[in-house]
Each structure stands twice: as C-alpha cells, then as structure tokens.
Design a protein around this ligand. Sequence first.
Ligand SMILES: *[C@@H]1O[C@H](CO)[C@@H](O)[C@H](O)[C@H]1NC(C)=O
Ligand SMILES: *[C@@H]1O[C@H](CO)[C@@H](O)[C@H](O)[C@H]1NC(C)=O
Ligand SMILES: *[C@@H]1O[C@H](CO)[C@@H](O)[C@H](O)[C@H]1NC(C)=O
Length: 341
Amino acid sequence: MLYLRFLPLLASLTTTTLSLSIKPDTQAPDDEDTTQLPLVIWHGLGDNYERDGLNKVAELAKTANPGTYVHIIRLADTGNSDRQATFFGNVSEQLELVCEQLAADPILSTAPGINAMGFSQGGQFLRGYIERCNKPPVHNLVTFGSQHNGISEFQSCGLGDWFCNAAESLLRSGTWVEFVQAHVVPAQYFRDSNDLAPYLEHSNFLADINNERADKKAEYKKRLSTLNLFVMYMFGNDTVAVPKESAHFADVNGTDGKVTPLKERNIYLEDWVGLKALDDQDRLDFRTLPGEHMQIEQDVLEKTFKEFFSATQNDALEKFVAGLGEDVESVPARLVAQPAF
Ligand SMILES: *[C@@H]1O[C@H](CO)[C@@H](O)[C@H](O)[C@H]1NC(C)=O
Ligand SMILES: *[C@@H]1O[C@H](CO)[C@@H](O)[C@H](O)[C@H]1NC(C)=O
Ligand SMILES: *[C@@H]1O[C@H](CO)[C@@H](O)[C@H](O)[C@H]1NC(C)=O
C-alpha cells in the first residue's frame, strides 16, 4: 500500500473526509507492490451527496477494497443545494468547480491517480472532467447509464418535484435559447441526431466535450486516451435516459430507431476524443445490465468495485503516470520520485 505512506503527511489537516478515510486505511492489507487509488463518485440528476443510498455505495466501495479513500463530488454545501445544482447551472462552470475541488483535496491531489465512477449524467461530466483538466488524473472510469451521446427526450418529473418541473418547463420553452443553455443542466447534453445544426451551434457542453465541432481540441483526445480503462454500463430496459444506447456512445435515429454503434461513427473512426486509441489497446469495455435506469444490485456494485477499483500494481501505475505525458507535471514531484514506485 504505497498510498498509505502519504497519510501521516496529511494528518495535521483536519477535515471530516480525512478522518473518515483513516479508519479503513489502517485495515488495508500491507502490500508493498500495489497502491489503492482513491475513488471519486459523481451522482446523477436529482440526487445529492448527503443521501443515504450514495453513502451506502461509498461504504461498499471501502468494504470491497479496504483502504479506499472515497470522495463524493458535491456542487454545494447542503444536500438540497447540491440537488438543485443537478438541474440548474452552467455545466462548464460546474466542471471548473469540480476541477478545483479535486485538486484542493489533500489526498486526491497527491495520489498518483484516482478511479472515477459516474452515475447517469455524472458519467459524462466525469468524462468532461478528464478532457478539461484531469488533475488529479483518472486511472479507471466506470459510468452507469450515462448519456455520452446525449439525450433526445427529457425525462418526465415526479409529481411535486419543484426543481425538476421548473427545469423541464424551461427546457420546453427552448432548448437552444442561450439562457437555457447557460442554466438548465440537461439541455446541455440534449442532442437530436436528426437536427444537429442547432446542437452544433448552441450546445454548451456535449458538442464541445465530444469534439463534434469543426475546430477539434487536441487536448481532449490526448487526456481521454490516457485512461487505463473506460467501462460503460448500459441498462437494458432503460426508459428514463432516452436513447438508452447513449450509455454505449451509440447514435440512435429518433425517426426510425436505427442504432449506429460507436465503432461505426465518425467520432470513433476519426478519433475525435481518443476512443479509438483506447479501443486499439483494449481499454474500452461495453457492459449491459438488465433492468431500468440506475437499478443496480448490490452484488453488481461489489463486483464492479473488485474488478475495476481494486489495488493497482505499482509497475502498472508507474506506466500510467509516465503515459500522462506533459500533464505529468501536475502530479506532485515527491510522488513521481517515490523510489518504491
Ligand atoms: C458557461 O460558462 C462558461 C465558462 O464560464 C462560459 O464560457 C460559457 O459562455 C457559459 N455558457 C453560456 C451558454 O452562457
Ligand atoms: C433517420 O431516419 C429517417 C427515416 O429512415 C431518415 O430519413 C433520416 O435521414 C435518418 N437520419 C439520419 C441522420 O441518418
Ligand atoms: C428487459 O427486461 C426483461 C424482463 O425483465 C428481460 O427479460 C430482458 O432481458 C431485459 N432486456 C434487456 C435488454 O436487458
């Protein structure tokens, strides 16, 4: 557990998250050849960082892989405001906040890498984090029911859900209106493949992060292709995130329902964001779970944690850090210089 060595350095910094992390860390197996990377979780629309279910997931992650430091991304300091921020806000500004939040965390920012798990929209936002900043760098990314190729319909809200209804009525008033793009979160990943012109012109988030515009950002491709693994789970009977195949980066024609898999699309063939580069090295993994959107059984989560977030071999981690290229400068020097590495 190379990672453990850094904890004493941080012991003087008293944050609640830190004191939470020390307990499981002391139970970690003493394995000098591996490092338990921290796990960052970004929750979905309508959820909040305080919710029991989410904290149960964090506990499961620590039980599956003792020594895991878990950070749940929050966009505000109360659960209610954090939930509000899943509906309202400029996603680019939210991403800037998350980049600052992760870089300021004493444990995350000194780790050689972090693992990341995104639920629903949190998945494409984590991908955005990787493409836009990736400091600290993500090692394995796992997304559940995320809308990597956008949504072509808006979900219907529960009765009496004020935030959701307010967001939805704004969406209906005009997805491509500047105000809506700047303030309503789901509008920023709305994409109708039969009507791409307004999307390419106005999309505040997805068209940029998927490098669909003529002016491609080379750094997006460079950063995403440093991932060790990109695992995408789709829910087989998902009726909430439409189309469900967006979870696998597929394109669906809303008129005739024809599904074009990622590997037949230009984003892959011309490798706009590094997905082909990842696939050429067997680093893409497409999985399907039975059931409705975000219905994940506990044992599936446990298996996921063990399969993708268990302690990483140090020699593999060394290669990962080297592969970060110029961005490696962001990793604190003392970490890169660790002799045991
Ligand atoms: C969202 O925020 C970014 C960063 O501040 C800004 O560049 C962009 O113009 C904003 N989007 C809209 C639609 O206002
Ligand atoms: C979607 O399907 C319709 C009907 O088959 C077709 O006319 C249209 O061109 C297709 N759209 C795209 C973007 O291929
Ligand atoms: C959808 O649900 C049905 C009934 O539970 C199941 O048999 C089927 O395999 C599911 N479909 C997918 C694609 O997962």
